[in-house]
Design a protein around this ligand. Structure first.
Ligand code: ZN
Length: 205
């Protein structure tokens, strides 16, 4: 009994000490067939490889300064996304949240109302698009501890979820724009942001 407990403790300690350092992974770019595949569900969340994949995705997202990442973007055709909203230029009031891994996510209901908003994607560099998304969604997923979760998401977080969920179905935001006129270059997008800021300042001063 004592021997078994010691073995368990040793295992826990050694997992911490010898845990491989997670590294930023290359993000697959538009044109790679992986981005067009339908991702497979994850059967065992506690699997060490899955847990390591989550850690690698968290590092990759943080170093890329993104707000979301889906497993197919780093070459794994699995139903796993990270959502990590934080305030930024586009959405200064975006909620600050702990980066969260969502496994086998599903949209179980959504508002009728949609809203167009700017999106970019680590797999589609230098292009931004105005994408219509449901303003409010109810989702189900498994967390990294293996617990089933349900959540209501609105606005920016709902947008991130829908963008990442699309990656699991082999879609990118370019497939969702209503017209090609809603696509702009990164440089032009920065101009649009500047103008929007000036208008906001003019209105408040
Ligand atoms: Zn994306």
């Amino acid at each position: 009994m004592v021997a078994r407990s010691l073995a368990t403790i040793f295992n826990q300690i050694s997992t911490q000490i010898f845990k491989p350092q997670s590294q930023k992974l290359p993000v697959y770019q538009l044109g790679n067939p992986m981005l067009r595949e339908t991702a497979k569900p994850i059967t065992d969340v506690s699997d060490r490889e899955i847990q390591q994949l989550i850690d690698e995705m968290l590092v990759t997202l943080k170093e890329s300064r993104g707000v979301g990442l889906a497993a197919p973007q780093i070459g794994r055709s699995l139903q796993l996304v990270i959502v990590a909203s934080h305030p930024n230029d586009r959405y200064p009031h975006a909620p600050q949240m702990e980066p969260t891994a969502l496994i086998n996510p599903k949209i179980i209901s959504h508002s009728v109302e949609t809203e167009k908003g700017w999106e970019g994607c680590l797999s589609v560099p230098m292009i931004r698009g105005l994408v219509p998304r449901y303003r409010e969604i109810e989702v189900e997923y498994i967390d990294r501890q293996g617990e089933q979760q349900k959540a209501k998401l609105t606005d920016f977080v709902a947008r991130i979820f829908q963008h990442e969920y699309d990656h699991l179905e082999g879609k990118v935001f370019l497939d969702r724009v209503e017209t090609n006129l809603d696509l702009v270059s990164e440089a032009e997008y920065q101009n649009i942001l500047q103008v929007a800021k000036q208008v906001a300042t003019a209105h408040t001063s």
